[in-house]
Design a protein around this ligand. Sequence first.
Ligand SMILES: C[S@@+](CC[C@H](N)C(=O)[O-])C[C@H]1O[C@@H](n2cnc3c(N)ncnc32)[C@H](O)[C@@H]1O
Length: 317
Amino acid sequence: MNFPLEIDKMSEKVYTMGIIIDEIDLEYKGSIFLMEPPTSNTYVFDPESPTEMARLINQDRAVTQAMGGPLLGITDPSSLHNILDLGSGPGGWALDAALARPEADIEGVDISRTMVSYANARARTQQLPNASFGVMDLTQPLEFPDASFDLVSGRYLFPVLKRDVWSPFLSECTRVLRPGGILRLSESLNFGHTSSAAFNRLGSLIMQAFCQEGYGFSPDGLTFGVDHILPTLVRQQGYQPVQLMAHPIDFTAFSADTYHNVEIIGYQVKPRLIKLGLITSEAFDELLQQTLIDILSETFCGLGYLFTVLGHKPPAS
Ligand SMILES: C[S@@+](CC[C@H](N)C(=O)[O-])C[C@H]1O[C@@H](n2cnc3c(N)ncnc32)[C@H](O)[C@@H]1O
């Protein structure tokens, strides 16, 4: 179950339902060293924003369910002893993996201290000592030795990695994977297609903005731009075989979550869309308002797609 979160930055305490669940703790955690926060941020949203964290917590439930669990497609999960989750956010995927594989160590890394602290608190409250989280910048070389993990995973990294850092990022993933290990990346195809013209227009503006700002490889901004190219990029790193899975997400079944997600994304992207000249402030407010009204309508329906690329690193010869 997900609870709303409140973070008091002055007292450095995290509350849910009025109860303190964590004091923001920047010490050594598990096997991960929490480094100084990086100065550059390429995430399209503020990674320290409690609102963004609440959005990710809320979204996680529907997404992992649509994906058939955290490890779908891995034929022998018992072979996984060390698992790395890149851009782990509030920790949903990593904690589900820790529950599914109690014998394995799961490490999650994220640029956000707020999310890392919350994810460590969840590992404690869910009594998952095999999960730990630390601060790390994915746009830099990963601070792990070669061949450290059997599985390297990442979900929703398209709004994190600009198009010129995907190749060095994939090289780093490959370096820290053991021979015979698996790279597992799950990304969104697009913003989703729905019965609401306003929703679809909002989605197309957001994809256009990300494309113009250097995210994804779309030639026209009609998708988030990683779906068509990611299998090729993974193959170029020497993975063989490379498998693909698609996960439909029924927005109709999760319309309360969809409302929450779109509302928060909307307020966060508004300044970018205006800055790029894609829409005026007034037109944006009308569009978002109509989108939210449509999501609440009884006739609202929609589908989004997530896809997973599973690359197998060849065993040592
Ligand atoms: C779209 S969220 C996905 C979170 C999580 N993987 C999930 O599926 O719920 C992207 C995450 O990447 C993190 N992030 C952004 N820039 C980063 C960077 N340079 N290095 C590491 N993490 C970063 C954000 O803080 C956020 O938690």
